[in-house]
Design a protein around this ligand. Structure first.
Ligand SMILES: [Zn+2]
Length: 333
């Protein structure tokens, strides 16, 4: 009799934040959302691969107000419906600074100051934003939404969002990444105390496991990147733009001195499909296997696709789709 080969099946969540840029230039819907997402659809086709798209609903709500944006926002809405029709998952992503955004002279004017995180709004506004954005998305896709990713991962302090989550029926968060730390004028992220687990229950504090907590955290997988990785990342975009330039045509919001830190010492950030980060998809999966995690949550952004990253992601899917399951929140709930 043959010994049966036992190997742990990993649940792989490929999650994409579907959004424009929030720096000086938002970029175009065609290059940041529509085209790169259509490219992602192609990679998944015929392979039983479900992605999760976290939809930046604030954009839709604001864009609805401007007749000149009718065509582009109609295309975005129809692509979101296509996600559902293709078997992908659609969940809630909130960048509350859309509340203060205005479209003037053909461009978005973003004002992130005192608006980048839900925690800077008062409790009434927090509830109104989360509730209305969630209802908007549910009306668009025709089903309930239970998972959340905070814009810029700014989910803290969760004690200020707990009652909102309860009231609107959000049960899952996927904003935390172990050892993540990013404090700037806009960001307020400190996940250094988060458990080294892919999934855990919590109640008042997203970084503290509570066995019978009301909510489940699906942590985004994190990875320790060496400085040489970033020298390559920043250098290749300049030297080999055809392979390494992101399709998204906007500008990132400033992350303070983060670039300098990443070039001079080890830093922790996500396992990601974005640009050069896709180099570490296999290493990220190996780390999750080594830690004996049952799932790995990988983050990406359609706007962050490069020729290089799509090639790497394609290989990652081809090599793993028979060994592991590419699943989503709606499939697991
Ligand atoms: Zn986002």
């Amino acid at each position: 009799m043959m010994n049966s080969i036992i190997f742990a099946l990993m649940k792989i969540f490929l999650t994409f934040d579907y959004e424009l840029f929030f720096g000086k230039q938002s970029g175009t819907v065609a290059k940041c959302m529509l085209e790169p997402t259509a490219d992602l659809f192609k990679l998944a086709k015929g392979k039983d691969v479900a992605y999760t798209f976290f939809i930046d609903v604030g954009y839709l709500i604001q864009a609805d107000r401007y007749p000149e944006l009718f065509d582009e926002v109609t295309k975005v809405k129809s692509q979101i419906k296509e996600m559902i029709n293709l078997g992908h998952d659609v969940q809630l992503h909130i960048h509350p600074h859309w509340e203060k955004a205005r479209f003037t002279e053909g461009a978005w004017e973003m004002n992130t100051r005192n608006a980048y995180r839900l925690s800077v709004f008062d409790s009434e506004d927090r509830l109104a934003i989360v509730k209305s954005y969630k209802l908007y998305l549910e009306a668009l896709i025709g089903r309930e939404v239970i998972s959340f990713r905070a814009g810029g991962w700014c989910i803290q302090p969760f004690s200020e969002l707990r009652d909102v989550f309860k009231e609107v029926g959000l049960k899952i968060d996927s904003s935390v990444f172990h050892n993540g730390y990013l404090i700037t004028n806009d960001y307020n992220v400190d996940f250094r105390r988060a458990p080294l687990k892919s999934k855990y229950k919590f109640e008042m504090n997203v970084c503290e496991e509570v066995k019978d907590g009301s909510f489940t955290e699906y942590q985004i997988a994190s990875f320790r990147y060496r400085p040489s990785f970033y020298w390559m990342l920043y250098g290749l975009g300049k030297v080999l733009p055809s392979k390494h330039k992101m399709i998204g045509d906007g500008e990132f919001i400033s992350q303070g001195g983060n670039k300098f830190l990443s070039l001079t010492g080890y830093t922790t950030t996500h396992v990601s499909t974005d640009g050069y980060y896709a180099k570490k998809l296999d290493a990220g999966l190996n780390k999750a296997e080594h830690l004996e995690h049952n799932e790995i949550i990988i983050i990406g952004h359609p706007k962050g696709n490069t020729t290089y990253s799509m090639n790497k992601l394609n290989k990652f899917i081809v090599n793993n789709h028979k060994k592991h399951t590419f699943t989503s929140f709606v499939k697991e709930s």
